[in-house]
Write a protein that binds this ligand. Structure first.
Ligand code: SAM
Length: 351
């Protein structure tokens, strides 16, 4: 097992859609900025400990659950013998009142289809937001939540501290296995009464999602009651899932299915605008962003009125990130991260 610490997040630069090879990184690989405690030039999977500072009164606000953190910094060490030849057990949960630590197995680089093995900055912004809601309101208490494109599952696991049921969803066995491993690594911090499912939800596949049966090649399929519960989820979260237009189209098709039934469903979506030079536009453009905006009407904008019409649309507003404290230790939010609150609304127009 490799050494680690939870003191620093090492910054860099990345874009899931661009082969961003740095020294020692395979050409077709991309790299996120989040290399917490990882030795330089390390590639492959690594267990980091993400520390979140807790507000002083976190234990008393918002939820019935205590926000006690645990120090699992020795959890991943191999079992060893002490000088007398006795088994030296890793130090067990030392409770600290001012931080919450989540163990995450993640890759430092990956191929583009495996970007979900890495942690991306938008996941940390969304983590900050979710924690802020949990510390200041009881909105997420006892709810059914789903994380789409969950990757390592960090945000979903934070939600599981207060929710009733959380579905951590993604696409591809390798990513789902890594996510399930993270749930296992953090089982100490997850309340036993919360149901946490790691499930395959491929936005490009037909609906309903694959059901588990004896012929399944993996155990991330759904059963009928889980699908029903997924459709009832009132909270949807997603981070860094806007980077290619065909994926954005598929994502919004899935969102339409998940958000069309039932009132008061909300999606919090964190994204990173990444700029590239486009030959079509002969300009520097944010790939994927305009496609995303074509699906989401700005709540604050005045829209052209149809004659006596009605339509369903995604309506969103940007959340001011300066209002959201940074609980995740030592990462740089930069200028290009956005967080959106999005609902599906019936818009009625009269001429
Ligand atoms: C850039 S990663 C973000 C991962 C994680 N949310 C984070 O920010 O750290 C994009 C995620 O979208 C997932 N994804 C890509 N295509 C998908 C599809 N067709 N259906 C579901 N998830 C998909 C990837 O597997 C990956 O986990």
């Amino acid at each position: 097992m490799h050494g680690h610490n939870d003191r620093e997040l090492i910054q860099g630069s990345a874009a899931p859609e661009i082969a961003n090879s740095s020294e020692g990184t395979p050409k077709d690989h991309v790299m996120s900025e989040i290399h917490l405690g990882c030795p330089p030039k390390f590639s492959g999977s690594f267990i980091s400990h993400f520390a979140f500072s807790l507000p002083r009164d976190a234990e008393y606000i918002g939820s019935k659950n205590e926000y006690q953190a645990f120090d699992n910094s020795n959890q991943n060490q191999e079992v060893s013998l002490d000088d007398d030849g006795d088994l030296a057990l890793p130090r067990r949960s030392k409770y600290s009142k001012d931080k919450l630590v989540v163990a995450i197995q993640h890759n430092i680089t990956s191929s583009i289809p495996s970007v979900g093995l890495q942690v991306w900055r938008a996941e940390l912004v969304l983590s900050d937001f979710v924690l802020h809601k949990m510390f200041t309101t009881s909105e997420f208490d006892g709810i059914v939540a789903v994380e789409l494109g969950a990757g390592t599952g960090l945000v979903g696991m934070l939600l599981a501290r207060v929710a009733k049921t959380v579905f951590l969803t993604d696409h591809g066995v390798e990513i789902l296995e890594n996510c399930a491993r993270n749930v296992h690594l953090n089982s100490v911090m997850l309340p036993s009464k919360t149901l946490v499912y790691v499930r395959e939800l491929d936005w490009k596949a037909s609906w309903p999602p694959n059901q588990s049966n004896s012929t399944s090649s993996h155990s991330y399929g759904w059963n009928l009651s889980e699908i029903e519960e997924l459709e009832r989820a009132s909270l949807l979260v997603a981070a860094d899932v806007i980077y290619s237009d065909d994926l954005t189209d598929a994502l919004f098709t899935t969102l339409e299915r998940l958000m069309s039934h039932g009132l008061n469903k909300v999606l919090y979506l964190a994204l990173e605008k990444r700029y590239n030079f486009s030959l079509d536009d002969l300009d520097v453009v944010a790939n994927g962003y305009s496609c995303f905006r074509s699906y989401v009407r700005d709540e604050t904008e005045h829209h052209e009125l149809l004659q006596n019409g009605m339509e369903c649309a995604f309506v969103g507003s940007r959340i001011d990130l300066t209002e959201i404290p940074q609980y995740a230790n030592n990462y740089d939010r930069g200028q290009d991260l956005e967080l959106w609150e999005i609902r599906r609304r019936e818009l009625r127009y009269c001429g």
